[in-house]
Design a protein around this ligand. Structure first.
Ligand SMILES: NC(=O)c1ccc[n+]([C@@H]2O[C@H](COP(=O)([O-])OP(=O)(O)OC[C@H]3O[C@@H](n4cnc5c(N)ncnc54)[C@H](O)[C@@H]3O)[C@@H](O)[C@H]2O)c1
Length: 408
């Protein structure tokens, strides 16, 4: 028998994932859940989703009492961790949109990470973080190159998430306005007020996952310590009223000896010459930068000079294949949605969405730990928290808490 899945949070982001999760061939039926009934009804009448709808619910409590096998949490970012723990405690596996939780109190964020790990260990139910960077084409490609040892020793990597508050196609002002309206969203002000009253501030490292995850996943290493510099908004922009920094740039020392520069930026002009969300990784032998692989062919000490050989790689060449029955199911769903035959297209945040869906559903079906586990998720948050602490301490070196992630 296939999987019965519940989709909780059918807002802007959840709406894009709902048809993909529903049409995965291992998913038999879905429960649709949102506190706003009209969102549930809209998805229940979607031609791709309708044939598999097994329930329509308005609260997470109802979902946890249901007989579903797993739950996808796509709710506002300040709600994720307690909701995921509630799901795990109810005997189901859980997928969470990023980050683990977004709150101004960094110590509380780390506490939530510990609680999720403890709940996974105690219940045996698994947690997966839906970090899109892990399935961007460059991450898949570099992972394969790293597995073959083609980087040599990793010496330097750099990575950034440069999402300016007024980015043309995704203004953070509009996103914040949308997430703080509606039945659940409007409660944020009340929830945050005590934090701000106690002097806690938001910062870009509250959302560190896009910049830190790719490089650590490729290198399969752990962060040891960090020194960071913060930039604080200088023109009293109301968006940053509760932020201490609008940008943070951090230099991490990793346990493989590599130096990693990470930037989370919410106040930066365009035209950096780079993608807003990307990384570059350099080894003693091979390197990846801007869709280019470079190999100097130096496998052993040699008196001869070796030439660097550069190869351009396309996104399609960089991606791992998905099982044909999965791409067929996704193409069929998109064809039904659009009323014409569509070939499979890897879509959403660098084409990562179908891969995230497939990874979570297969982990539930195979009862195995998902690729982006509670330990990975906690490591990403620990890097953000340590970077922020260092920025506050004017660049002092700060140790990164180790949640015990083991690479297999
Ligand atoms: N690249 C990425 O990985 C990426 C990109 C965008 C958004 N996200 C994440 O996706 C999440 C959702 O973002 P969004 O823009 O769709 O938000 P949204 O505000 O549009 O949607 C959230 C929905 O969750 C519902 N909800 C919240 N708590 C609920 C509960 N207890 N029971 C039922 N429904 C509940 C709300 O009613 C709302 O409809 C965020 O956490 C965000 O961080 C990730």
């Amino acid at each position: 028998m296939g999987i019965k899945l519940a989709l909780v949070g059918l807002g802007a982001f959840g709406s894009g994932f709902a048809p993909l999760f529903t049409s995965h061939p291992l998913v038999d039926s879905v429960i649709l859940c949102d506190a706003e009934a009209e969102k549930v009804e809209k998805h229940a009448s979607d031609p791709v989703i309708a044939p598999k709808v097994a329930g329509k619910m308005l609260s997470l409590d109802e979902v946890c009492k249901s007989d579903c096998d797993a739950v996808v949490i796509m709710t506002q970012p300040w709600l994720h961790a307690p909701q995921c723990i509630q799901v795990l405690e109810s005997g189901k596996w859980v997928y969470s949109a990023v980050p683990v939780i977004s709150l101004p109190d960094d110590n509380e964020v780390l506490d939530w990470c510990s609680k999720i790990i403890e709940t996974v260990e105690r219940t045996g139910n698994e947690y997966m973080l839906g970090e899109t960077t892990i399935y961007r084409p460059q991450t898949m490609f570099c992972r394969r190159m790293a597995q073959q040892g083609l980087f040599g020793d990793f010496v330097y990597a750099e990575s950034e998430y440069a999402h300016d508050v007024d980015r043309f196609e995704c203004s953070l002002r509009s996103v914040a306005a949308q997430r703080t309206t509606g039945k659940i969203g409007q409660m944020r002000k009340e929830l945050m007020a005590p934090y701000f009253a106690r002097g806690f501030k938001l910062h870009p490292m509250c959302y560190p996952t896009h910049s830190v995850s790719g490089v650590v996943d490729v290198m399969r290493c752990k962060p040891l310590s960090v020194s960071a510099i913060g930039y604080a908004n200088r023109n009293n922009d109301p968006f940053f009223a509760n932020y201490d920094y609008s940008n943070i740039t951090a230099l991490f020392r990793m346990d493989n000896g590599c130096a990693v520069r990470v930037s989370e930026m919410r106040e930066i002009s365009g035209n950096t010459g780079l993608d807003d969300e990307d990384f570059r990784i350099f080894g003693t032998r091979g390197s990846y930068s801007l869709n280019r692989w470079c190999d100097n062919g130096r496998t052993a000490p040699t008196p001869e000079r070796k030439e660097n050989k550069e190869t351009m790689v396309t996104a399609e060449e960089m991606r791992d294949p998905l099982p044909p029955e999965v791409t067929a199911a996704f193409s069929d769903a998109m064809s039904r949605k659009e009323g014409k035959v569509k070939d499979f297209l890897a879509t959403g945040h660098g084409g990562s969405h179908p891969y995230l869906v497939h990874e979570f559903i297969s982990s539930v079906a195979e009862r195995r730990r998902p690729r982006i586990s509670a330990w990975d998720a906690a490591m990403y948050m620990a890097m953000g928290v340590a970077a922020h602490e260092s920025a506050v301490k004017e660049g002092e070196s700060v140790k990164v808490i180790d949640f015990g992630k083991k690479w297999d």
